[in-house]
Design a binder for this molecule. Structure first.
Ligand code: PEP
Ligand code: MN
Length: 354
């Protein structure tokens, strides 16, 4: 089901993409205003700060709550920037609107819970405010779409999605894996919905913010939401991923923005898809080698020879025929499987000779 949308109508200029910047959390009145003044001085039009912070474990800084809302209102008053914060309950919605918050976002942990999203949707009935919905923490496109639909069905038409990456059990390079194919598929399903990238929560590390911003622009995303703090190392939450307003300005000034890049068909998108598939191919090959080593152990224990010629020629013939059915030259498939087999044999011999 398509969303019923009207344009987000958020400020951006011709030089830069739509950018929302500000600290992870609104910590103190001074930190909020100091960061905001610097960002405004760099030409930033939209200010973010978390007033209520959903923390994975108890004991972290959970946000100042309502007392931070007048600090946000003061930012709007002093700098003219629009102000944005995360809402997770109907009470947050009510308070945010009461203090004039211009843009609301739904956090990743909330998007993952349809009951919570529905209660937000109910609280938003009859209100005209832009709402941005972060992807759920888990890589579930339907859950993301479901949350967008619930908010939209409450009558919210100015909507956007935020891609902030997906958590995984194993910690890898990124704090949250980008899994670009998911926002790309979201765009294919809902072409009218703007998608912003949140490189801060994807990376968890400030040195990866710049390349992620560029990647988001290359594949044709509509904008960025980036964490920026006047003193990143002293931040009360997400310190390692925040950058100063100066650094953010430098990162944005270096961005190369190409015109009319479409998220589903841009060269960068297609290349990303190739990269993802190559990663899968390598994982599959590594799994295949693992099983091949187990076979090596079996052969060793049962006194069998490593190369079983009958099995080998069967594999080559079968794979070549399978490849041909999918439009790949059988010679090409044969070459690939010869190399794979060669490496398998090498690994088995290694094992057996130990
Ligand atoms: C945030 O934007 O500070 C935040 C808590 O993000 P997420 O919901 O993506 O974890
Ligand atoms: Mn954060």
């Amino acid at each position: 089901m398509e969303l019923n949308l009207s344009p987000l109508n958020l400020p951006s200029d011709n030089v830069r993409p739509l950018v929302i910047a500000g600290p992870c959390s609104a910590e103190t009145e001074e930190q909020v205003m100091n960061t905001a003044m610097q960002l405004a001085g760099k030409g930033c039009h939209m200010f973010r700060a978390g007033v209520w912070k959903p923390r994975t474990k108890p004991g972290g800084f959970e946000g100042n709550g309502e007392i931070a809302l007048p600090w946000m209102a003061a930012v709007k008053e002093e700098t003219g920037m629009l102000i944005a914060t995360e809402v997770a309950t109907p009470e947050h919605v009510e308070l945010a609107l009461k203090y004039g918050i211009d843009i609301l976002w739904v956090g990743a942990r909330t998007t993952a819970n349809p009951f919570a999203v529905q209660s937000l949707a109910d609280a938003l009935k009859g209100v005209d405010v832009p709402v941005l919905v972060k992807n759920p923490v888990n890589p579930d496109l339907e859950l993301w779409i479901g949350a967008l639909q619930r908010i939209n069905q409450a009558g919210i038409k100015r909507m956007g999605a935020i891609h902030r990456g997906f958590s995984s059990y194993e910690k890898k390079l990124y704090r949250n894996m980008p899994m670009w194919q998911i926002p790309i598929e979201l765009h294919r399903r809902m072409p009218g919905l703007p998608i912003l990238c949140d490189p801060s929560h994807i990376s968890g590390r400030r040195d990866l913010i710049a390349p992620l911003c560029q990647q988001a622009m290359d594949i044709g995303m509509d904008g960025l939401i980036v964490e920026s703090h006047c003193e990143p190392d002293k931040a009360w939450s997400d310190a390692s991923q925040q950058v100063t307003p100066d650094v953010l300005d430098y990162i944005l000034s270096m961005l190369i923005i190409r015109d009319a890049v479409d998220l589903t068909t841009s060269l960068a998108t297609l290349r990303k898809q190739i990269d993802e598939i190559d990663n899968e191919l390598i994982d599959l090959l590594a799994r295949r080698m693992g099983i091949s080593r187990e076979i090596g152990m079996y052969k060793k224990e049962h006194g069998l020879t490593v190369v079983q010629t009958k099995r080998y020629s069967e594999i080559l013939d079968k794979r070549a025929a399978q490849g041909a059915l999918k439009g790949i030259e059988s010679d090409c498939i044969k070459k690939i499987f010869e190399s794979i087999h060669e490496e398998s044999v090498r690994q088995q011999i290694n094992l057996i000779s130990k």
